[in-house]
Structures are given as C-alpha cells and as structure tokens.
Design a protein around this ligand. Sequence first.
Ligand SMILES: C[C@](O)(CO)[C@H](O)COP(=O)(O)OP(=O)(O)OC[C@H]1O[C@@H](n2ccc(N)nc2=O)[C@H](O)[C@@H]1O
Ligand SMILES: Nc1ncnc2c1ncn2[C@@H]1O[C@H](COP(=O)(O)OP(=O)(O)OP(=O)(O)O)[C@@H](O)[C@H]1O
Length: 298
Amino acid sequence: MSVTVRVPAKVNVQLAVGAARPDGFHDLANVFLAVSLYDEVTAAPAADGLRVTCEGPDAAEVPLDRTNLAARAALALAERYGRAPDVHLHIAKDIPVAGGMAGGSADGAGALLACDALWGTGAPRDELLAICAELGSDVPFSLVGGAALGTGRGERLTALEVGGEFHWVFALAARGLSTPAVFREFDRLAEGRAIPEPAADQAVLDALAKGDPTALAVALTNDLQPAALSLFPELGDTLAAGRAAGALAALVSGSGPTTAFLATDAGAASDIAGVLRASGTCRDVRTAVGAAAGATVL
Ligand SMILES: C[C@](O)(CO)[C@H](O)COP(=O)(O)OP(=O)(O)OC[C@H]1O[C@@H](n2ccc(N)nc2=O)[C@H](O)[C@@H]1O
Ligand SMILES: Nc1ncnc2c1ncn2[C@@H]1O[C@H](COP(=O)(O)OP(=O)(O)OP(=O)(O)O)[C@@H](O)[C@H]1O
C-alpha cells in the first residue's frame, strides 16, 4: 500500500516585505495564489528508516538526505506521534527547483499529508499546519492552496476568495536563486531607507475576488523583485520579452528567478509562451492556471 499526494506551486500576486526582524525573518503581507504546476509525493512503507528518491527534469538538484523538506516533514510527524520514520518518499518533481515557486515547500506539505494517511496518525488540520509552519514560511500555504493572505513571516494564513480563473505563463531561468540571498539583497538595497509595515493591497484582493486579470495586472507588486534583478540582471530581458509578447503584467515570482506573466485567457497564454520560448531569454516555459487546490491525496 502507498499514498500519493499532489501539491501545487505558487505565485505571489502581492509580496510586501517589511524590515528585517531580530530573528532574521521579515514580516510580510504575502498574497499567495496556487497554480496548476504540481509535484507528487508518494509515501510507501519501508522496513528500516527513511529513504528519499526523486524523478523529473531538475531531480539532480534535489537533496536526497535529511535536509530535503519531504524528509523533514516525515521526521517531524513521526517524532510527534512517537513512531519510527520508516518510509520511502518518492518525489515526482515538476515544480522548478530554487525557482521561487515553493517547490520544496510543496514536497514538505505533500510528504506530511502522505505520511499522515500512510501511518494512520490522523493528525488534526491545526497540527498539520503547525508542523508546516516549523518547516518553512511557505509550507502552510502549500497544504491549503487556493489563494490566501500570509502575514507574520508568511505562515499565518487567511483564505481569500477567487472569482475566476487566472491564466499564467512561467519562464524558468537557467540557474536558481537562493531565497535567503534575495532577502539579504533586499536588506542591502533598503539600507538607510524607512521601510513601511507591510500591508495587503485592497486592489489585489478585489481583483482576485472578481476574477479580473486586467485589474490584477495593474495591482500586482513584488518587493523582492529589485533584489532578484540585482542578483540576476538577465531576468530583465525575460520580463521585457513577455511584456512585448502581450502579457497583461510581468513580474518575478516570489524570490525568483522564475518570471511570471499574466495573460487575458488560455489562448493569449499559449501565444506568450511561444514567443518566450523563441526569445532565448529562458531555459523553459510553462503555462498554468490559478487558483489550484492545495495538497490532495490522489
Ligand atoms: C519568498 C517567499 O517564497 C514568498 O512566498 C517566502 O517568503 C520564502 O519562504 P520559504 O522559502 O518557505 O522560506 P523559509 O524556509 O521560511 O526561510 C528561508 C530564509 O528566507 C528568509 N525569509 C523567509 C521568509 C520571511 N518572511 N523572511 C525571510 O527573511 C530568511 O533568510 C530565511 O532564513
Ligand atoms: N523537496 C525539495 N525540493 C527541492 N529543493 C529542496 C527540497 N528540499 C530541500 N530543498 C533545497 O531547498 C533549496 C530551495 O529549493 P526550492 O525549490 O524549495 O526553492 P524555491 O521554490 O525558490 O522556494 P520558495 O519559493 O519557497 O522560496 C534547493 O536548492 C534545495 O537545496
């Protein structure tokens, strides 16, 4: 018997970043939208301990030791329930690695749900969410999916209404960006400036609730974008290529380096994807729609 869980990637349609806190994290107003790019995590019984395997185009870049977020999730659950973490976790990875789309977080949330079902631990939802928050700031959202406002370091979630489908194109970059490095660059660029308290933008929430891509396009913001562009200036060419191809909006996804392009509809998304693919400014191009459901047992 094994359990497979499907978990979506995310794009941040608003990412407002406050000043660095004493613990090194930053308070955020983080508007997450789950999109239809998925990893699948399968948990199968194992005789003696924890094993992680991974398949997919970026599999070589995924650690298979206990630093893998899927492994950390299984260990955290096993420890809480006083059982041995005997499990084989297999990750079918489709979400870009180190891409700013919460791929590792998706695997953490997926492994947690898969192990809970495999072991019959029956952990309450609140406890699963608490374990997710310990694993990383983005992990609770990977569990719940849909759209949500994340406050604190992004882990405290309020579900948001989404009134229609949003069509996206994602351009994958030739190399990854480290999330801590991007936050550090944000701090460096902010030196000597007063940083306002991060707050959700009502225009973003209204556009999501209406399902209105044109309204969302003018409201989208990402405070980490200047930092990501500073560390990876070539992303400016990708953003320009997507805008020229007719995207309603172009922005860096989260901490990057994946760039995200909002399209009017599925046809426009497919056209923009074609132009980006031919532009030579990215490694690969994917289309997806949001909002997508959170971690789901298949
Ligand atoms: C950029 C985003 O992806 C936007 O959704 C997230 O804020 C990052 O979430 P994540 O990858 O789950 O991040 P974590 O694993 O919690 O933290 C990794 C590192 O990112 C930085 N970090 C993360 C979240 C946050 N609110 N402030 C931070 O400064 C810290 O340096 C931290 O050590
Ligand atoms: N299951 C996993 N999949 C991918 N990377 C993982 C995983 N577990 C740990 N990692 C490590 O985490 C690093 C960041 O990977 P990840 O794909 O989660 O980045 P990300 O999508 O930019 O994250 P986020 O958007 O949440 O900031 C990788 O370089 C890798 O070393």
